[in-house]
Write a protein that binds this ligand. Structure first.
Ligand code: UN1
Length: 501
């Protein structure tokens, strides 16, 4: 079978992992792929102990040497880009272009982390005391637990793992139950690179396969210093409450409900292309997917007409086929959620364009849908709810403050955009009284961020930052150091505390 061949090419020993307990299916045709054994709680405990032992050694390896391991790993990802992308397509249903983009995101973050391994710098701070130095230093934290979702089965792990590893941590990864094969392939590649690297201890990165119980175990376990979780707000709430109980650290990247404001000063051709990728790409299953277009009433009709035209021409089908832009939803539940949102929209008197299941020959158990555009009279609870499917709600506004208020009037705060050629509008949107999201863009869509920036958002999105910029600080502990190189002992704030002798 073809999946087995691809797995073999990445080095997965299927005899070791094959079995029962986890029965992943490909969204392409709804058929089972390869059955796998789940990780028992006992095995998971042993893996966590091993990871902790690995951390104790790894933290003493100089950071640029740790970077060298990540460099070699990134090169192996380059060599296996096609195979990994294929597995992403088979397990997550992403079209080949996007699946390759996802693997490229892993490669990019490895490159970033290699450079970072020589840049883990702190501050020197002026001391108020003579003969004293103050500085900040950064140190490895421990085991980093990474919980990832089906929609980015490998890139999000890589954002976390590449940084965590150069920062001197060990990583234990709980991938989505829907995408375990892709995780095993990445693990096999990592294991080979690590085996050839003298300074890399055993168990530096390990995978736990199974249900949310294993995610909870990571959240509860005293050995896990950092839990980085990507997924629903409900999952993130559960994880963060558990981690907070033991005063651990969380990095959360949860739901989004991302909007684009299209003003009368927008380049509509550009806006339509950007909206298409952001709303329809990945079958609407990115946390950064565009879910709301907030269009000025002067241009709203024009925008909707143009969108309808391009929506009508989106090629839907097998994501492995060249030229397809819209692959399947992940499963029946995702389809049911989309249908129920559209039904609710109709009940509320909205205009629904598109939507509905599409039959693809030979793939009758895959859930293929037409993307939907829904003209909403106002922003209601349906619009405020994140439905993980290609539904774009169109809202209208009259002045920019009203549009920004609509942008911000949702519980999530991940990504946002404005389409305008008016500098005043753009800067207002980006400023303190503008978008309240972690990501705010001008003249590009809400999705498809580069790895160089910090990725994440506010409110129910969880507040975490991953990937670029200074997100690495989330994977290290900060130590403030005051060094006295004088012969005196002056106290801060001028306090005198001498016993008379
Ligand atoms: C996600 O959907 O969880 O900005 C991550 C983007 C991608 C990452 C999305 N680089 O759309």
């Amino acid at each position: 079978m073809e999946v087995l061949d691809t797995l073999k090419e990445t080095g997965v020993d299927i005899a070791r992992h094959g079995g029962r307990g986890l029965e992943p299916r490909s969204p392409i045709d709804g058929q089972p792929t390869v059955g796998l054994r789940v990780t028992t709680q006992d095995d998971a405990s042993a893996i966590l102990e091993r990871a902790n032992a690995a951390f104790l050694r790894w933290r003493t390896v100089p950071a640029p040497v740790r970077g060298e391991l990540v460099r070699r790993f990134g090169n192996e990802l380059r060599n296996h880009k096609a195979q990994l992308a294929r597995l992403v397509t088979i397990e997550a249903g992403k079209i080949t272009q996007e699946a390759q983009g996802e693997v490229q995101e892993m490669i990019d973050i490895c490159d970033f982390a290699v450079g970072l391994s020589r840049q883990l710098h702190g501050l020197t701070i002026a001391s108020e005391r003579p003969g004293h130095h103050m500085r900040e230093t950064w140190h490895p934290m421990g085991v980093c637990g990474v919980i990832t979702a089906f929609n980015f089965p490998v890139a999000v792990w890589a954002w976390n793992a590449a940084l965590a590893l150069v920062c001197g941590n060990a990583v234990v990864w709980k991938p989505s139950e829907k995408t375990p094969l892709t995780a095993l392939a990445v693990q096999a590649i990592f294991d080979r690179v690590a085996a050839d690297f003298d300074d890399a201890p055993d168990g530096l990165n390990a995978v736990l396969l199974g249900s949310q119980e294993l995610g909870r175990m990571l959240a509860d376990h005293a050995r896990v210093a950092i839990v980085s979780a990507t997924g629903s707000t409900a999952m993130g709430g559960d994880v963060s409450r558990r981690v907070a109980q033991r005063f651990g650290r969380c990095i959360l990247e949860l739901s989004g409900n991302n909007a684009a404001i299209v003003t009368p000063a927008a380049d509509l051709d550009l806006a339509v292309r950007a909206i298409l990728f952001a709303a329809v790409g990945t079958t609407g299953q990115r946390c950064t997917t565009l879910r709301r277009a907030i269009a000025h009433s002067k241009i709203a009709d024009d925008l909707v007409d143009r969108l309808k035209k391009v929506y009508d021409h989106v090629p839907i089908g097998n994501p492995l086929d060249e030229g397809i832009l819209l692959g399947p939803l992940i499963d029946q539940r995702a389809y049911a959620a989309m249908e129920s949102a559209l039904q609710q929209a109709r009940k509320e008197g909205s205009q629904v364009f598109g939507g509905g299941r599409v039959a693809i020959p030979n793939l009758k158990d895959g859930y293929y849908v037409r993307p939907a555009l829904v003209e909403m009279p106002g922003q209601n609870d349906l619009v405020r709810h994140e439905t993980f499917a290609p539904i774009l709600y169109v809202l209208r506004y009259r002045d920019l403050d009203e549009a920004i208020a609509l942008n911000n009037d949702v519980k999530q705060g991940l990504s946002s955009s404005i389409f305008t050629n008016d500098l005043r509008e753009a800067e207002h949107f980006l400023g303190a009284t503008g978008s309240d999201c972690g990501i705010a863009n001008v003249n590009i869509g809400t999705s498809g961020a580069e790895i160089g920036g910090a990725f994440g958002g506010e409110k129910e999105t969880g507040g975490g930052r991953e990937s670029g910029s200074d997100a690495w600080k989330g994977y290290m502990r900060r130590s403030t150091n005051t060094v006295n190189f004088s012969r005196d002992l002056p106290l801060a704030q001028g306090i005198r505390f001498d016993a008379v002798t």
